[in-house]
Design a binder for this molecule. Structure first.
Ligand SMILES: [Zn+2]
Length: 231
């Protein structure tokens, strides 16, 4: 049983090599990075839109406050000019000066807000460009990856046919165990025992596991979860 699983794994290694080649290919990486960007772009747009709305609201409030201050400023200035009493005129002039300062502060705030709004708009347009570029990249390299995958298809099918043949000689429970680990991206799955250590992670095996190995059983390493057979 173990010998047959080992034979299966040797052929499976060819399949694994194809998978790795596809996975590490430049075209897949480029398609995947474009996809990742496109998946995240909606969040970025939502965040920018939210920020833009907040800024516009603040800007409008500032505008309203500015108009109100201007009105009061005009009234006070006119009153100061027309005041007969020197003290009253002085007081009103002082009020007008204070208002002038507050108006100038408001204007500074509005200018910096306007700058921030412009930067949000610039981010929008940059995001739009990047999105377009990512779409093009995804389409180009997605297609190239498809072609690369297609070019390996014949080889892959031949190996899978060979594996299906080899599988017939393997105990179904053991095969299921192997396949589950393989699916979890473990490879190789089956190791030979190394003295009384796991052949993969070199952890020491228990007496009961060693006895099971002697009886030609396949065990699972408690530590790294690989399958172990006798040497
Ligand atoms: Zn181990």
């Amino acid at each position: 049983m173990v010998k047959e699983l080992m034979a299966y794994q040797e052929t499976d290694a060819k399949l694994r090599a194809i998978e790795l080649e596809l996975q590490s290919s430049e075209v897949r990486k480029k398609a995947a990075s474009a996809k990742k960007f496109l998946d995240g772009v909606n969040d970025a747009v939502v965040n920018l839109e939210k920020r833009a709305k907040e800024l516009v609201a603040v800007y409008e409030n500032l505008g309203a406050a500015h108009a109100e201050f201007m009105e009061v400023f005009r009234e006070i200035s006119a009153a100061a000019e027309n005041a007969d009493d020197v003290n009253a005129a002085g007081y009103l002039q002082k009020k007008a000066d204070e208002l002038t300062l507050r108006l100038s502060n408001l204007e500074t705030q509005a200018a910096s807000l306007s700058e921030e709004i412009n930067s949000v708009l610039a981010s929008f347009s940059q995001l739009k460009k990047k999105t377009q570029a990512a779409k093009e990249q995804y389409s180009e390299f997605g297609q190239k990856y498809k072609e690369l995958k297609q070019s390996k298809e014949g080889e892959r099918l031949a190996i899978e046919k060979e594996l299906a043949e080899l599988e017939k000689a393997v105990d179904p429970a053991l095969m299921a165990q192997y396949k589950a680990k393989r699916k979890d991206k473990m490879f190789p799955v089956l190791y030979k025992v190394n003295g009384n250590l796991c052949g993969k992670c070199l952890v020491e095996l228990s007496m009961s596991d060693l006895n099971r190995l002697k009886n030609d059983e396949v065990i699972e390493c408690d530590y790294c979860r690989c399958l172990i057979s006798k040497a």
